[in-house]
Design a protein around this ligand. Sequence first.
Ligand SMILES: [Zn+2]
Length: 71
Amino acid sequence: MVSPELIEILRCPACVRNGANAGLLDFIKETWFVCHDCGRKYPVKNDIPVMLIEEGDKYQATPVEQLGTPA
Ligand SMILES: [Zn+2]
């Protein structure tokens, strides 16, 4: 599992530069972080959040309900 402390501090790397409250993430299905601001989605692989902008780009247009298990 991903630790609650980590979930608390993680921010979207593409948006965090826009301010203190930018890039907040929703943690869904225990496997995805979804950015409130840009809609990028970051997968959790082997309990490690992959917080890379290019990774988030891949799922930006994918609706949350269509997200599967990260490959
Ligand atoms: Zn973002």
